[in-house]
Every structure is written in structure tokens, then in C-alpha cells.
Design a protein around this ligand. Structure first.
Ligand code: ATP
Length: 182
């Protein structure tokens, strides 16, 4: 079984993320997928605007809006949100490897995240535990990356109200909770 591990800040989760999730499953790149919202992301200048609990809820809402054949293969994993302090991918991967000893772990990273890959904590050990799948994001160049016809949207644009590429339930949640109002 190919188990995908897809981490991110997801502040908020948007259609670019859910399109990627759908493609990973439809193209058979992974058989199942764990979506892991980050607790306190390193390598980011600004802390997330929404809390860990809110970002986790939005991830679940976005997955619930997907068709059943996709949704049934995706799980939101709160391990990094429940962990205190900074989250390192290696810690998450070690925990997942222990919980799913028979699976191949496919680590999903967009080209922008991959650019900082050499700064990741214990990256050599990480590479022994996972197969890396680098996903092409619009506006980035990466010959090695997989082209999934990605949607040109970022969470930054959503927070700045420059994009409404959100699933209906997430859009409602943001409104009801007054998230991302300046
Ligand atoms: P921000 O604008 O706040 O930096 P983001 O939109 O880049 O957020 P993240 O939560 O940082 O979203 O991204 C999580 C992962 O999803 C990263 O590996 C990133 O490269 C990837 N990703 C984000 N947006 C897209 C997109 N539109 N298409 C494909 N991959 C994406």
C-alpha cells in the first residue's frame, strides 16, 4: 500500500490543495492519504492566522466536500497540532512508519516547499524512510516535479481576499468565524 503523507499549514486549505489530493488518488500516486496540518511551522516568517484546531476543522470540512470515492481514502491526522512545540516532518514520518509498518510512505511536497528541503531537520534520515513526490506548482520551475495541472492559488491570496478558491463548507466556516478579517 502506498500511503501518502501531505503536510502543510493549510491556513486555510484551498482548492489547490484539494485538487492535488484528488489527483494523487486518481493517478494512483498514492492509495491512501494522510493530510497533516502543521502545528508551529518552521521556515515561515509569519505564524498561522487560524489556530491549529481551526485549520484542522477546515481540512476536515474540505475533505467532506469531496466525492465519496476520494474522501473515503483521505484522513486528517492531527499529530502535529496535538504535539507541543515545533513540528519536524521526520518526527511525524517516524510515528507514521511505526503505525503503518507495511506501507510505503510517499511524502508529498510542492516545488516551493522542496526548495527549502535541504534545511529540513534530519533530512538524510527522512530520505531513508520515504519516497519523495515533488508536485509542480504554477509559477515555479522544477523539471523533476510532477505536473498535476495545479490550480494557481495560494492560502496567502485567500487570506488577502484575492481568491475565493475554497470549498463551500470552508468558505462558510471562514465567514462564520470571522477568520482573515484585517
Ligand atoms: P501560503 O500562501 O500561506 O504559503 P500555501 O497556499 O502555499 O500557503 P501550504 O499550506 O503552505 O499552502 O501548502 C502545503 C503544501 O501544498 C505545500 O507542499 C505546497 O507546495 C502545496 N501547495 C499549496 N498550494 C498549492 C497549489 N495551488 N497547487 C499545488 N500544490 C500546492
Amino acid at each position: 500500500m502506498k500511503l501518502g503523507l501531505y503536510g502543510g499549514t493549510f491556513d486555510p486549505i484551498h482548492n489547490g490543495h484539494t485538487h492535488l489530493i484528488t489527483q494523487l488518488l486518481q493517478l494512483g500516486i498514492v492509495d491512501r492519504l494522510l493530510v497533516v496540518p502543521a502545528g508551529e511551522p518552521r521556515l515561515r516568517e509569519n505564524a498561522p492566522k487560524a489556530s491549529g484546531a481551526q485549520r484542522r476543522t477546515m481540512c476536515q470540512l474540505a475533505i467532506n466536500d469531496l466525492p465519496p470515492e476520494i474522501r473515503s481514502k483521505v484522513e486528517i491526522n492531527p499529530i502535529e497540532i496535538l504535539r507541543m512545540g515545533p513540528s519536524y516532518t521526520i518526527d511525524t514520518v517516524e510515528a507514521v512508519a511505526q503505525a503503518y509498518p507495511d506501507d510505503e510512505i510517499i511524502l508529498i511536497v510542492g516545488t516551493d516547499a522542496y526548495e527549502k528541503f535541504d534545511q529540513w531537520h534530519r533530512v538524510d534520515e527522512l530520505m531513508k524512510l520515504v519516497t519523495l513526490e515533488i508536485i509542480q506548482r504554477p509559477g515555479t520551475i522544477g523539471d523533476l516535479a510532477r505536473d498535476i495541472d495545479a490550480i494557481d492559488v495560494s492560502a496567502t491570496q485567500v487570506r488577502l481576499h484575492q481568491s475565493d478558491q475554497l470549498s463551500p463548507s470552508v468558505a462558510n466556516y471562514i465567514k462564520e468565524n470571522n477568520l482573515y478579517v484585517s
